[in-house]
Design a protein around this ligand. Structure first.
Ligand SMILES: Cc1ncc(COP(=O)(O)O)c(C=O)c1O
Length: 454
């Protein structure tokens, strides 16, 4: 607990702390909520309010707060060895155990090895770099380009930012990495092509193929996408989309990178998002749920196709000259090992599927009744309410509209933490959430929409 009073914390936050994804001055005018404690799916703010956490920190604290086993593993590791590096020459037991554990877990997906880092953006950077390196050691050094989806989110490093499909994250930091291109995502609610999801997936897969052909297949390293687009508004692709893009990639020799930073480790109700589509990727980006957010950790999982190419090469180019001081940090690895124990023992993935179905159905019901909700979509415990100015025409709110933030403030006042992103309200509670807590979250949302629509 802080020795500072809530007012001291708020004043110092406004004065000293710059926040990700926020205008510094705006944070002074509308101060952020200060969260001081968590237990299960509950959080407390500095003013003593208790709230149900509808976002699991940031779709990351997937096992809820206060898990004794994770805490004990972290403390034991701090006592034994708080840090050592895994650069060539040294390693440590937790890194080795976690690598074996992740590879075993993902063996059905074709994973052969794993490279650790500190978070999702790192995991993406690792995947993009390994993809380029793979082609260099295979003697196809012209394959340097990346294709990605509009509305995609892949973190904030220069590589990830350059494949992001939302210009908001890119404009202030342009120019981007050369060689990154975007194609339309199969977004059923908003697309200029068709209302038929199956046909939409075919069209979007064709758009990917046209882009690969336009660029020249022998210049394209990889296509990167999220199995379900998260930050872009929980855009769930039609069931035939991923099998089709896998085919397109195979036809033109392009690697498929699955960014599973959000979807990995159970959030969709499947252990990995790619399993939902019955597709194997070539590289996977993992973070968040791997350590339940208790300690920062990222990982890039590597398929046997890629691992074999590195193994077969004697080229100096096949040394992985990428990595971080804190790659495979022992404390993070210990937290992840304890997290994976719980994920498997408690079958939280099945709970995510069951509670997610209930959440979606209750919110769809709310969506039918509310004049401000244009679309309700999601899978497992990732759900989005897209708010609109006009339901019939799907017209978006203009600049300066306050409806979305007002719903969030009403919800907070009533005891629920939800997340807003543009016109969207995004819900991503911990995977251990119970039905009564989902009902509470939905009751609060119903009241909050009613208050704003009044
Ligand atoms: C799909 C995806 N990739 C990458 C990232 C970046 O992760 P981080 O914020 O840990 O760098 C995120 C973050 O939300 C994400 O949703």
């Amino acid at each position: 607990m802080s020795d500072w009073t809530p007012d001291e914390l708020k004043a110092a936050n406004a004065r000293y702390l710059w926040h990700p994804m926020a205008q510094p001055k705006a944070m002074r005018d509308a101060p952020p909520d200060i969260i001081v404690r968590g237990e299960g799916c509950w959080i407390w703010d500095a003013d003593g309010n208790r709230l149900i956490d509808g976002v699991a920190g940031l779709w990351s604290a997937n096992l809820g707060f206060g898990r004794r086993e994770i805490r004990d593993a972290i403390v034991a590791q701090l006592d034994a060895l708080p840090y050592f590096n895994v650069f060539r020459g040294t390693t440590h037991p937790r890194a080795i155990e976690l690598s074996a554990r992740v590879v075993k877990l993902m063996e059905p997906d074709g994973v052969a090895a794993v490279f650790f880092s500190n978070g999702g953006s790192d995991a993406v950077e690792g995947a993009l770099k390994l993809a380029r390196q793979y082609w260099k050691i295979r003697g196809q050094g012209d394959r340097i380009k990346f294709i990605a989806l509009r509305q995609g989110y892949h973190g904030v490093h220069f590589g990830g930012m350059s494949v992001n499909g939302n210009t908001n994250f890119r404009r202030p930091y342009e120019p981007m990495l050369p060689g990154c291109f975007h194609v339309d995502t199969p977004w059923v609610y908003r697309n200029p092509y068709t209302e038929d999801p199956t046909r939409l997936a075919e069209i979007c897969a064709e758009l990917l193929e046209r882009e690969i052909l336009f660029q020249g297949p022998d210049t394209v390293a990889a296509f990167i996408a999220e199995p379900v687009q998260g930050a872009g508004g929980v855009i769930v692709p039609p069931a035939n989309y991923w099998p089709l893009i896998r085919k397109v990639c195979d036809k033109h020799g392009v690697l498929l990178i699955a960014d599973e930073v959000v979807t990995g480790f159970g959030r969709t109700g499947h252990l990995f998002g790619t399993r939902m589509w019955d597709v194997k990727a070539d590289l996977w980006c993992l973070a968040k749920g791997i350590s339940s957010g208790y300690v920062p950790l990222g990982a890039t999982a590597i398929s046997s196709r890629i691992a074999e190419a590195f193994d077969a090469s004697n080229d100096a180019m096949s040394a992985v000259t990428h990595g971080y001081t804190y790659s495979a940090h022992p404390v993070a690895a210990a937290a992840a090992l304890a997290t994976l124990d719980i994920i498997e023992r408690e079958n939280v993935t099945a709970n995510a599927a069951a509670q997610g179905a209930h959440l979606l159905s209750r919110l769809q019901d709310l969506g039918r009744r509310s004049r401000l909700i244009g679309d309700v979509r999601g899978v497992g415990l990732m759900v989005c309410l897209e708010m609109v100015a006009d339901k019939a025409t799907k017209k978006s709110f203009g600049r300066g509209a306050t409806e979305v933030s007002r719903v969030a403030r009403e919800a907070y006042r009533r005891g629920a933490m939800i997340r807003t992103s543009g016109p969207n309200i995004i819900l991503s509670p911990a995977l251990i959430i119970e039905r009564a807590q989902i009902d509470l979250l939905c009751d609060v949302l119903e009241e909050s929409f009613a208050a704003v629509e009044r």
